[in-house]
Design a protein around this ligand. Sequence first.
Ligand code: NAD
Length: 284
Amino acid sequence: MAEGMLKGKKGIIFGALDDRSIAWRVALAAHREGAQCVLTNAPIALRLGTLNALSEEINAPIIPCDVTDQEAIADLFAKTKDHFGTIDFILHAVGMSPNVRKGKAYTDLNYTWVHQTLDISALSLHRVLQQATQDEMLNNGASVVALSYIGAQRIFSKYSDMNDAKALLESIARNFGSRLGSKGIRVNTVSQGPTKTSAGTGIKGFDGMFTFAEKMAPLGNPSADDCADYCMTLFSDYTRMVTMQNLYHDGGFATSGISEELVEALEKAFAEESGEAANSGEGG
Ligand SMILES: NC(=O)c1ccc[n+]([C@@H]2O[C@H](COP(=O)([O-])OP(=O)(O)OC[C@H]3O[C@@H](n4cnc5c(N)ncnc54)[C@H](O)[C@@H]3O)[C@@H](O)[C@H]2O)c1
């Protein structure tokens, strides 16, 4: 695989929590490709202390920032500018829904939590890009990537209000992409397949969704490292004409109807079920 694709580039990576985080894998890949990074996460997440290991490994400072706090975002940019100047890329890998965490059905949402979901998972991209624009933080030709999920287009019941948050996130990416294009700055979302991270496994029913996608997608589910490699291409100059896109990185899941394996498994499962029903009918 290519190395040095991001040589000379500088960027901010939001959302590395532990070594399973997609953002953590992106930071490692960006370092491998020759980029310099600033790492950031919410102060409460930084209290865990796990990010220090990544910071040391790739020689990247950690600057705390709660993405729902505009002053904290301005402070992050000011400190980043002091550290290494303006930037060439941003990874937005931030998402959280109290409703999903607490297993709230879509028809029984707590609206205070919905506001938190949308603020953290979607509006935060607007906050970051609005502040970046005002502070002239992004260099000409910069690339912004936010991580999304196919729940934005199709309904995954256990994903609850995060389906709405991802739809809004993708819309914000398109809106900023249209406004920043004159500076050669591109904004895209990467719609990643299910990945075993802290946020992912926090969704009730995640294992079922993971297995379903794994069996449906011709290439299987992409790992966090696969996603990181894809992000490298999007931060590189090779994709300088790609903007306002929602790019599926899901092994082919989004355009699959059903796989042979799933058809066979379902046929078997339903045959067993009807057999059991017939047997229990006989017995009764
Ligand atoms: N894991 C999956 O299956 C999957 C699939 C598609 C998309 N995604 C998306 O990828 C992104 C990264 O998630 P992940 O799976 O790596 O899980 P993760 O839990 O490792 O990352 C989520 C991050 O969001 C951060 N965060 C939450 N609230 C914040 C706040 N107020 N301010 C700043 N940061 C905050 C957390 O501290 C954490 O680092 C999310 O947007 C998620 O929705 C994940």
